[in-house]
Design a protein around this ligand. Structure first.
Ligand SMILES: Cc1cc2nc3c(=O)[nH]c(=O)nc-3n(C[C@H](O)[C@H](O)[C@H](O)COP(=O)(O)OP(=O)(O)OC[C@H]3O[C@@H](n4cnc5c(N)ncnc54)[C@H](O)[C@@H]3O)c2cc1C
Length: 488
């Protein structure tokens, strides 16, 4: 295979923001060496996949792979997968440096627990518990601190990467592999896999004080986002966190959160009450910081609805431990594999439905227009709104967001009936075209329908080609277009 026999992982491959305990460093280096061996031993030409227990991708094209050692993390085997279970831990938290060294496949649930113990958290914590740090960096995570702190990759200070050509390199903002560091976000594991990352942390307070602001037009809502982007607050309420929920064009709620040392009461949305309904009122709320971070996970935003678990009776019977996004996603994966819902729908003579599951970023000045378009052409509700602005003064080559410009991420996850005579992909293509027309960008974790020319024009084909040549010259890993559009 392309990489040949690996050299042992030498010193200096591990990100060095803080001093790792010796035993931890040694165990990690042993795991890195073993992974390189396993990578080198994969059969020539076989697709390379990670044998991970969880995923938040929405391209259900292949069953989960079996690990090279023969273990199956879930679902039937397809192609050998790399066993990356040794990279699922927080290696070290340095409270004084406000930094952590973290295995690339560590979930944010574990990462947040490890850092909250020290009164710290990552600068951006994506809402779903099983999103991993490596997945969020290579796949562009986002959350309600993103207007203040940018995207998850912008608080990474170094990454140890197993490259497609079988090397293990440390990529940092400066130095030999600075180009890989800048090009890793939005590469979706097609240049290499992050084995460990050093990240910055920020201090937290025990509670988050929420205020829900209601708007009756998209224009008024976007004006408020602009105010928060300029002032860091809305009507005197500090915006440490901000996101929103659009139920319709005349019912949009922005939720502004401020860290707080005190809480006159604490709400709980892991039981009978459902978070997304709570944003409609009362206008003020308090959550512990941990409950705030996972407020969307319990009901997978609102996507638990089709399983009936938002019905009070079913909810009471549905075990609490199964009120998690990874459980719902596993149910959807099962359905997709067996086409249960499609078959049920067809048997009842209902029109076929199209999954429209996307996150898109639109420059703030065009956001009201986008929301109006979306309600008219797709008509799915609710829609998640998450304002963001790059933290970095220079752009990231593979995802064209302008530094300094506020954007809003719109997240919509559901199915809509296809109009008569339209084939699957109809709505998704309409969305892709509108996003491009408004100067926005679309995340690549779900289905995409771009032609190859459109794709490379949108995602900087020349820069990607240079990186692919430098770090995976023989094409051991799938290319970005093949992976994200063709589903290979
Ligand atoms: C309904 C829904 C809602 C979502 N909402 C949000 C949201 O609110 N905020 C948010 O941030 N994201 C959200 N996402 C997207 C999610 O962050 C991305 O799909 C992310 O890439 C998932 O990461 P994962 O860790 O689960 O990785 P996986 O799903 O396992 O993998 C994702 C991709 O990253 C690659 N990859 C995984 N680990 C590594 C690594 N260590 N190094 C290099 N490549 C790697 C894989 O090869 C794969 O191509 C949402 C997705 C869905 C379906």
């Amino acid at each position: 295979m392309g990489g040949g026999r690996p050299e042992p992982a030498g010193p200096g491959t591990l990100p060095q923001a803080s001093q790792l305990p010796h035993a931890v460093a040694m165990a990690h280096q042993t795991a890195v060496a073993a992974l390189r061996e396993a990578y080198a031993a994969l059969p020539d030409g076989a697709p390379v996949r990670l044998a991970k227990r969880t995923s938040n991708l929405f391209r259900f094209r292949d069953p989960l792979p079996r690990s090279a050692a023969g273990q199956r993390p879930g679902g039937p085997a397809a192609t050998p997968g790399l066993d990356v279970s040794a990279f699922t831990r927080v290696l070290h938290v340095d409270p004084r440096a406000r930094a952590a060294v973290v295995g690339g496949m560590t979930t944010y649930e574990d990462l947040a627990d490890a850092t909250l113990r020290h009164g710290l958290m990552p600068l951006v914590v994506p809402q779903l518990k099983t999103i991993t740090l490596g997945g969020a960096v290579t796949g562009l995570g986002i959350e309600s601190t993103s207007l203040r702190n940018g995207l998850p990759h912008e608080s990474v200070t170094a990454m140890e990467i197993l490259t497609g050509d079988g090397r293990v390199v440390t990529a940092a903002p400066v130095g030999e592999h600075a180009d890989l560091f800048r090009g890793f976000p939005n590469s979706y594991g097609t240049l290499g896999y992050a084995l460990s990352l050093t990240i910055e942390l920020e201090p937290v307070q025990p509670f988050v004080h929420l205020r829900h602001f209601a708007f009756t037009t998209p224009e008024a809502c976007m004006e408020a986002v602009g105010q928060i982007a300029a002032d860091g607050s809305l009507h005197g309420h500090r915006a440490d966190f901000v996101d929103g929920t659009a139920f319709s064009l005349d019912e949009i709620h922005l939720t502004v959160g401020a860290y707080s040392d005190v809480a006159p009461w604490r709400s709980d949305y892991t039981g009978q009450h459902i978070y997304y309904q709570s944003v409609r009122g009362p206008r003020e709320d308090f959550l512990t910081i941990r409950d705030y971070l996972w407020r969307w996970d319990t009901d997978w935003f609102w996507c638990s609805r089709p399983f009936g678990v938002q019905h009070p009776v079913i909810r009471r019977l549905w075990p609490r431990r199964y009120r998690r996004s990874d459980v719902y996603r596993a149910l959807v994966a099962f359905d997709r594999r067996h086409r249960l819902y499609d078959t049920f729908n067809a048997n009842r003579g209902r029109p076929p439905r199209e999954a429209v599951i996307q996150d898109v970023e639109i420059p703030l000045g065009r956001c009201a227009e986008f929301l109006r378009f979306f309600c008219a052409e797709v008509g799915m509700s609710p829609v998640w709104l998450c304002p963001l602005r790059l933290r970095s003064a220079s752009p990231w080559p593979l995802y064209p967001l302008e530094p300094g410009t506020p954007y809003v991420n719109f997240g919509f996850w559901g199915t809509v009936p296809l109009p008569p005579g339209r084939a699957d992909g109809y709505h998704n293509r309409v969305v892709e075209a509108q996003v491009a027309a408004l100067g926005g960008s679309k995340g690549l974790y779900s289905t995409s329908f771009y032609s190859e020319d459109e794709f490379w024009a949108a995602y900087n084909g020349p820069a990607y080609a240079r990186l692919k040549h430098a770090y995976d010259g023989v094409g051991r890993l799938a290319g970005l277009y093949d992976k994200c559009v063709r589903g290979r």
